[in-house]
Write a protein that binds this ligand. Structure first.
Ligand SMILES: Nc1nc2c(ncn2[C@@H]2O[C@H](COP(=O)(O)OP(=O)(O)OP(=O)(O)O)[C@@H](O)[C@H]2O)c(=O)[nH]1
Ligand SMILES: [Mg+2]
Length: 393
């Protein structure tokens, strides 16, 4: 069992592979994998994509494509092969044997990025927990595989079984310990949150697909300088700041981890604690990259994760960010009147902004203030504000 997530040191070269069930209708399947792998520090060596109705049980891509991949790997001197698809432990092992290089899949890659980015002690623990849980599922399956090799059902003591048993027990112990420690941190956080709750701040949380521009918008709204970059998962830890909209109006804004298609389940589990901040929000700003060709897929993915963590009934503002990248005829029109969502879930108001140039940000702030003042907790502030507006009018 390897103790550390393998991490590309210098400029490790990666060959990317994507297998689609049918011919893609929109977007480039490899584009996101390219971004993911460069966010993990890999240099692109080569790419292979193919269409296959059903994965091959032994190698996922089948023998013909495997040969082609082998040629690509040696011609491009790739050090690692990265699959966009989820590989079974057996497929991964067979591919590694045939290619003579390490092979990882999308989940493994995302775990690598998370391991590199985690900053806080809690974030590190969450990533470690996700990694161990991922490993644990693979050990179990690997074990049944070895058992079969050793002589069929019921026959004990196959090669490697003892070692795997030991590894398993160590894994289980470590997983348990991490869960206990994370549970403790979670309880501390909920105490902090309760005390924050008592101060009665209106809580706004930014959510959205990774790289949509959440941190950039956070900086534009709060005049902060938190890390924003053209990388996937630039943000892993939640940051919360005060957001000034008007005197007497106490609002906090939180920046959160980005979502992605097929976010490994172990990661959703591990990050639930962090995402709870999202759950406690009075209003979500769902930031989308309006210039992305995968815009609708990305929005659907975010809605799916919000539903999974139980945050889909929180009112949302839909923020079409990066409006500066859109041609004039494709500009999104603002719709500040929160109308009922399509399936009657939550009300959604629509805004076009550019977090980079600041365009539309002032409008968004006004709408935020209106939303806060509509909350009964802020009735007296609303009164004071409307009096001052009357006076100044
Ligand atoms: N052109 C343009 N680029 C933007 C805009 N907003 C953000 N970006 C760029 O998009 C990239 C991602 O921005 P971030 O703010 O880090 O995105 P994020 O949603 O926080 O991403 P994660 O933390 O990785 O989930 C950066 O290179 C930003 O400079 C915008 O309005 N226009
Ligand atoms: Mg960010």
């Amino acid at each position: 069992m390897s103790k550390k997530t393998p991490q590309p040191e210098g400029h490790e070269r990666a060959a990317l592979v994507s297998v689609q069930q049918r011919k893609p209708t929109s977007g480039d399947a490899l584009a996101e994998l390219e971004q993911l792998s460069s966010s993990a520090g890999y240099v692109l060596a080569g790419e292979l994509s193919c269409v296959r109705a059903r994965p091959d049980a032994a190698t996922y891509i089948g023998s013909g494509k495997l040969e082609e991949l082998g040629e690509l790997v040696s011609a491009s001197s790739a050090d690692t092969i990265i699959f966009d698809n989820t590989l079974s432990p057996i497929q991964q092992r067979n591919l590694e044997k045939a290619l003579g290089k390490p092979v990882i899949d999308r989940t493994g890659l995302i775990l690598e990025i998370f391991a590199r980015r985690a900053q806080s002690a809690e974030g590190k623990m969450q990533v470690e927990l996700a990694r161990l849980e991922h490993l644990a599922t693979r050990l179990v399956r690997g074990w049944t595989h070895l058992e079969r090799q050793a002589g069929g059902i019921g026959v004990r003591g196959g090669p490697g079984e003892k070692q795997i048993e030991l590894d398993r027990r160590m894994l289980d112990d470590k997983i348990k310990m991490l869960r206990v420690r994370l549970g403790k941190l979670g309880r501390q956080r909920s105490t902090q949150r309760r005390s924050r709750g008592r101060t009665g701040a209106f809580r706004v949380a930014l959510v959205g697909y990774t790289n949509a521009g959440k941190s950039t918008l956070f900086n534009a709204l709060t005049k902060s300088r938190i890390y924003a970059a053209d990388q996937l998962f630039a943000t892993l830890d939640t940051t919360t700041r005060k957001l000034f909209l008007a005197p007497q109006v106490n609002v906090t804004l939180s920046d959160t981890v980005g979502f992605i298609r097929d976010l490994p389940h172990t990661l959703i589990e591990a990050f639930k604690a962090t995402l709870e901040d999202t759950l406690q929000a009075d209003l979500l700003l769902h930031v989308v990259d309006a210039s992305s060709p995968m815009l609708h897929e990305q929005m659907d993915e975010v809605h799916a994760v919000l539903a999974e963590i139980g945050a889909d009934d929180i009112p949302q503002f839909l923020i079409y960010n990066k409006s500066d990248l859109l041609p004039q005829n494709l500009q999104v029109t603002n719709d500040h009147t929160a109308s009922e969502g399509m399936d009657g879930r939550a009300s959604i108001a629509r805004f076009a902004v550019s977090a980079l140039t600041g365009e539309g940000v002032a409008d968004l702030k006004h709408a935020l203030l209106d939303a806060v003042l509509a909350d009964p907790r802020f009735r007296s502030a609303a009164q004071i504000l409307s009096n001052t507006t009357h006076l100044s009018a």
